[in-house]
Design a protein around this ligand. Structure first.
Ligand code: SAM
Length: 230
């Protein structure tokens, strides 16, 4: 996707015109629920970094994105973070690594700006349809995330969204793929989204089973940067 189309997508989402309001009124509930057992309470510091939050405010974080859209504090590439080393106690990288050219480079940059003893939260898709922001390069497993984060201590891992989420997002994309015209695809998105969303609650049970990761939707990994030795 080119940059202008992505920026237009963000503008459409924030639009207060009648089309924007109609789209938001019809928008079905998300086809997933978040795993309630994913930990979120690792410490925040005076400075925390959120990567990839274009189009929304992220309280308590410096919000960095490739695009200078509303809510973004710093427009920059995560492959070259414009901050001194050891600045942030927490770094959030949620659904971004699949969109960067060089995830190892981004990991090395996040590790550099993380303070000793600080926490990095990675979330990435495993079974999820193609989606460009502005590109979509790859998918990850938990083991793949751990390999990328070598040198940092894993403190928590698991599945954020499970097999039911995968089933729903794929079913909706499949139906949209059958539709020959754009407005049919919009209608399929709205109709199937409303019809199928209650199935998302199956993940409350499936995420407790050992097989959830076979076709899990998004996985997470929390890692800690070792405190520097005196
Ligand atoms: C799927 S969205 C993330 C959604 C976000 N976590 C949220 O919950 O709203 C991916 C974001 O990463 C940004 N992005 C992609 N490549 C990037 C890069 N190299 N550096 C910084 N941001 C990037 C995109 O512009 C987009 O806003």
């Amino acid at each position: 996707m080119d940059t202008a189309s992505l920026e237009q997508r963000y503008r459409d989402r924030a639009s207060t015109g009648w089309r924007g309001r109609l789209r938001r009124a019809l928008e079905p509930p998300a086809p997933f629920i978040m795993n309630p057992r994913e930990p979120k309470d690792f410490p925040l510091g005076r400075w925390n970094l959120y990567i990839g939050g274009a189009g929304r405010r992220v309280e308590g974080y410096v919000n960095l994105d490739l695009f200078a859209m509303p809510g973004v504090d710093v427009a920059a590439d995560a492959e070259a973070l414009p901050f001194p080393g050891e600045t942030f106690l927490r770094v959030e990288c949620d659904a971004v690594l699949e969109h960067v050219c060089d995830p190892a480079r981004v990991m090395s940059e996040m590790t550099r700006v993380l303070a000793p003893g600080g926490y990095l939260h990675l979330v990435t898709p495993f079974c999820h349809p193609f989606h460009e922001y502005p590109k979509d390069y790859r998918r990850f497993t938990i083991d793949g995330l751990k390999q990328l984060a070598q040198g940092l201590e894993p403190v928590a891992e698991g599945w954020r969204t499970g097999p039911a989420a995968t089933l729903l997002v794929v079913a909706i994309e499949f139906a949209k793929g059958l539709a020959p015209w754009r407005w049919w695809r919009g209608a399929a998105h709205v109709a199937l989204g409303w019809l199928l969303f209650p199935l998302r609650y199956l993940d409350l049970w499936l995420l407790r089973t050992s097989r959830a990761g076979r076709i899990g939707n998004h996985c997470y990994l929390w890692v800690r940067k070792p405190a520097s030795r005196a």
